[in-house]
Design a protein around this ligand. Sequence first.
Ligand SMILES: Nc1ncnc2c1ncn2[C@@H]1O[C@H](C[S@+](CC[C@H]([NH3+])C(=O)[O-])CC(=O)[O-])[C@@H](O)[C@H]1O
Ligand SMILES: O=C(O)C(=O)Cc1ccccc1
Length: 243
Amino acid sequence: MTQHDTIFSKPLPSISDFCFDQQVVEVFPDMINRSVPGYSSILQTLPQLVTQYVQPNSHLYDLGCSLGAATLAMRKGCEQTKNCKIIGIDNAQPMIERAQLHLDGYRSDVPVELICQDLAATKIENASVVVLNFTLQFIPENKRDEVIQNIYNGMNKGGALLIAEKIRHSDSQMNDVLIDLHHDFKRANGYSELEISQKRAAIENVMKVDTLEVHQQRFNKAGFRHSAVWFQCFNFAAMLAVK
Ligand SMILES: Nc1ncnc2c1ncn2[C@@H]1O[C@H](C[S@+](CC[C@H]([NH3+])C(=O)[O-])CC(=O)[O-])[C@@H](O)[C@H]1O
Ligand SMILES: O=C(O)C(=O)Cc1ccccc1
């Protein structure tokens, strides 16, 4: 059973930068479902997209895999494809340990290897599908181009990058509207004003969000031939880029 997220429910004397520690691991499924509009819809669609782009004898990467929710969805999408391997990467040790327990609970013929390391140091090779499900937003802005280029370089032709992110609208008035809708979503899911404002303070230094235009330009610059937004709910979007 996943625990209810109350991390920011009491007034904190000072707000530290958000990090993925044991306390977050314990409440993570509840936190992400109540905080990210469209999270479950995105996960539900992943198997279909994986099935469309997976290639036999290739690797699939889940970068920033947390507890392995996207890893499991990816595995569903490649059960019928010969000789695939999924590699899940996360640099938070408590996340990887819990993810291993989750994965061990479900049987499958598709091998999954979970590794605790920085995704920026991960060698991507022979990749048909790479998933970055709400992960790039935690990478320092000046490292993002390099991360996407490294992924592109390790992908096979015809392979797909499936990336979901919190986004910023380039028109500041529209951006405010989307943020208000997101905060209403959090309120409707039981978060108080205090929780919303303390969480916002905790993530502001560690989660700098890009506009859709910046993402698009980054895909083009890396060499991707096609890219599209396939889902958006308020200021959260899922994109697809094909090599
Ligand atoms: N440099 C890094 N290297 C590796 N991992 C990192 C790095 N920086 C952050 N992470 C990891 O990226 C994950 C982001 S959560 C992803 C949800 C998941 N994809 C899901 O579909 O459930 C999204 C969120 O919490 O909003 C965390 O587990 C971090 O430890
Ligand atoms: O909670 C928020 O406001 C978010 O933007 C999403 C989120 C979800 C989980 C960890 C960090 C940020």
